[in-house]
Write a protein that binds this ligand. Sequence first.
Ligand code: ZN
Length: 193
Amino acid sequence: MKLPKDQVLDIFRETKALLEGHYQLTSGLHSPQYFQCARVLQYPKYLHLFAGEIAKHFEYADVEVVISPAIGGIVVGTEVGRMMRARTLFSERKDGKMELRRGFELKPGERTLIVEDVVTTGGSVFEVVELVKQANAKLAGVGYIVDRSNGKIQFEAKHFSVLQLEVVTYKPEECPLCKDGSPAIKPGSRGNY
Ligand code: ZN
């Protein structure tokens, strides 16, 4: 059974992974929420809990190898791989291009699970899908903790997220929070991140 949404949200709030107020995002848009997944994953019990949801979902997928895009996916990928007793790799960008480095290899036919922390546009995951294809490995699925795509992303494999967290954004000039007179806080500007 999937973890109830309210329980996951409570954990995000408690660990300050989810901040609620009035924020200016790096895109310049304003939002009533700011989310930083790494904050919740610093606690082993929550890392274990969320990684366990992904591992459980793909329990019968005969996963042989877990691969995550650096940096965000590495922590959760490593825990999922450990729980599934699967070899665990990560990919990283060099000159903007996603690659397997450090002597990491995917073997032809190897059943591969891609694990990520947060999916918004899915860009990094799509690039890892390409690496899996290039190696002639088999894509067993895609698992991630938070889906911020507002249901827009479809991967060509079974995919699973622990939580769908809708993204609400406003153009500054249309922001109702600004109209209410509160200032938009830039996360990071006060040493928060
Ligand atoms: Zn605003």
